[in-house]
Design a protein around this ligand. Structure first.
Ligand SMILES: OC[C@H]1O[C@H](O[C@H]2O[C@H](CO)[C@@H](O)[C@H](O)[C@H]2O)[C@H](O)[C@@H](O)[C@@H]1O
Length: 604
């Protein structure tokens, strides 16, 4: 089974493929992030669909890297007969999605083997494969994949096999294009030209941002490129990760589908993109938000499909064995229907930040904010499922209430600082009521707790100074940070909460949560414990793959990644933390980070 840190991502801003360290595409959903996968080997075996191109003797690559700051992947094998490189990318979307793989002879003469097994509908449908002109077509119902290559092809055991020798200086392209099943053959793609254009497009995108992160700029740029890869460009929606059902515990049932746009994850991503000066994406996301939540505020969901789809019914794909036997494999996400009170606070915080960053705002953005706040006013006293989307009984989560406070606070400030209309005195009174309630019921033994009346801890409480609810040097915050370090860490890294005692409604346990560990860095830094903060940050960078990618969680015992990947939550946390450490200040979520370097030179 592919290790999660062995997965490299390539994408075209509408979907993404994952390539393992043996040259195999093991995950690809077409035509969109949340479409059924045509390669699902990641969640089963090769029989669920894969596309390997590698030396005939197979095996793990010798090295791999992204070309500069792009999403073009170069995988290299040194063999006894010479060195061969496979260059993989997805051209930015034209009419149809393509995956382009170019085999480059670097030295000597290397025997190469290609193996294409298309299995539509998450590994279930074996297509009819036939030659159409000089291309091969794999067709089944709504889907067709077209393969173009000068290399020899032959059908064996329901797999299209290609065996050839590549010599130093030779380049052998393979282009795989998806069309709806009823379409004619798509236009031919010139692989070399597509490669040049894709490299240029990614370089342009990085250059359009601001150089941030100082000595951590490399990790920050890779995170920003990854966040961009998680963006669905036509709509501005941002998915939480490329995958479904990579587990929070190997072999366990905590397997969820992350190929959707969470308001929470997207708002945090917005903070990271704004920190690096990517204002266009921030604006696109705001337009996405306005469309997605349009309608009755009572119908607000915590997540949507990338195009704003609301129904995301959870289903189990029982024909897939799951990653390392982690079943069930799920599509859809029942958390979409949960009440999670924090999201209104996150959205209003993000929109406030966008204004503070000078993005201006359409009039309907403020109207929407007022409608959301109005609705929250009727809801904030209810128990909810919290930001961790727990599946146990709803509770009065302290983080949810803190974010309700944030919602009212940002609206009061929007009215006062930007002259926007609204019952500001009333909002201020509700804000103060929430604050008083949290401080009365959400503190135990001098520190904040997970929910009213509980003694449990919650890593989300580390965000309290970041959102401005209490200052970093408040004794309750200092005590919370100490309690988290003492009781909510494994090997120094942070658990979201204690799954065994927290009553999350699920069997089993999980790894440490990478974003929460970055939040601990922020909290230590805010408390003036800079050396500890930096040491922890460096450790977290060590959890990234050789390509700089992070999944959701980390298994401290096995020293490997867990959970869906690459995960926006982890990457935006990395960006925000690096920028703060580099700027030497503790930034609040409503103050643009990166501002100290706003005049810094742009990337060349
Ligand atoms: O652990 C239980 C929950 O896990 C998922 O939620 C997590 O991922 C979300 C997307 O990144 C994030 O917004 C949330 O805060 C995380 O807890 C899953 O989506 C839920 O269905 C599941 O209950």
């Amino acid at each position: 089974m592919t290790a999660i840190e062995d997965l490299a991502v390539i994408g075209d801003l509408q979907t993404a493929a994952l390539v393992d360290a043996e040259g195999s595409v093991v995950w690809l959903c077409l035509p969109r992030f949340d479409s059924p996968a045509c390669f699902a080997a990641l969640l089963d075996t090769d029989a669920a669909g894969h596309w390997r191109i590698a030396p005939a003797d197979g095996g793990r690559c010798t090295r791999r890297r992204y070309r500069g700051d792009t999403l073009v992947l170069e995988t290299e094998w040194e063999t006894p007969d010479g060195t061969v490189r496979v260059v993989d990318h997805m051209p930015l979307r034209g009419r149809y999605p393509d995956v382009v793989r170019i085999v480059e002879g670097v030295t000597g003469e290397v025997a190469v083997r290609g193996e294409l097994a298309v299995r539509f509908d998450y590994g279930r449908v074996v297509p009819w494969v036939r030659r159409v002109g000089d291309r091969w077509q794999a067709l089944a119902g709504p889907d067709a994949l077209w393969l173009s290559t000068p290399a020899p092809l032959e059908g064996r055991d329901r797999t299209t096999v290609s065996e050839f020798t590549v010599r130093a200086g030779e380049r052998v392209p393979f282009v795989l294009t998806w069309t709806p099943g009823h379409h004619d053959a798509p236009p031919e793609v010139d692989a070399e030209r597509a490669l040049g254009e894709t490299v240029a497009a990614w370089e342009r995108w990085v250059a359009d941002g601001r150089a941030v992160g100082g000595r951590w700029a490399g990790a920050v740029t890779r995170s920003l490129v990854t966040l961009r890869a998680l963006t669905h460009a036509p709509t501005g929606g941002i998915v939480a990760a490329v995958t479904t059902s990579l587990p929070e515990q190997p072999g366990g049932p905590r397997n969820w589908d992350y190929r959707y746009s969470w308001l929470r994850d997207s708002t945090y991503t917005l903070q990271a993109l704004l920190a690096a000066g990517h204002t266009e994406e921030a604006q696109a996301w705001r337009r996405w938000l306005l469309r997605a939540v349009a309608g009755d505020p009572a119908d607000l969901q915590i997540m949507y499909g990338v195009d704003g789809t609301r129904r995301l019914p959870e289903a189990e794909l029982d024909w897939l064995a799951g990653w390392e036997g982690s079943r069930p494999v799920r599509t859809g996400n029942a958390a979409a229907a949960q009440l999670q009170l924090d999201v209104v606070g996150e959205v209003l915080d993000g929109l406030h930040l966008a204004r503070a960053a000078g993005l201006g705002a359409p009039e309907e953005a403020w109207d929407l904010q007022c409608a959301l706040l109005d609705h929250l006013e009727g809801q904030w006293q209810q128990p909810d499922s919290g930001l961790w989307e727990q599946r146990g009984e709803p509770r009065h989560f302290v983080h949810s209430k803190v974010m309700a406070w944030v919602a009212f606070d940002r609206m009061v400030r929007g009215a006062r600082e930007h002259g926007l209309p609204g019952p500001v005195e009333h909002w201020a009174r509700v804000r103060d009521t929430i604050r008083a309630e949290v401080l009365e019921h959400g503190v135990h033994d001098g520190h904040l707790v997970q929910s009213y009346g509980s003694t449990e801890l919650d890593a989300a409480l580390l965000l309290v100074p970041r959102v401005g609810f209490l200052p970093a040097d408040d004794p309750r915050v200092v005590a919370t940070v100490e309690a988290v370090q003492r009781d909510l860490t494994r090997d120094g890294l942070v658990l979201r909460y204690r799954p065994d005692s927290s009553g999350d409604g699920l069997p089993g346990t999980e790894g440490v949560f990478l974003a929460c560990s970055f939040w601990l860095v922020d909290a230590l830094h805010g408390a003036g414990r800079r050396d500890e903060a930096e040491a922890l940050f460096e450790r977290l960078l060590g959890c990234a793959s050789d390509l700089g990618l992070l999944s959701e969680e980390w298994d401290p015992d096995a020293g490997r990644q867990l959970g869906n990947t690459p995960q926006a939550f982890s990457h935006f946390a990395l960006v925000v933390t690096a920028v703060q450490l580099d700027e030497g200040r503790h930034a609040r979520s409503d103050h643009p980070v990166g501002a100290a370097r706003a005049g810094a030179p742009r990337l060349p």
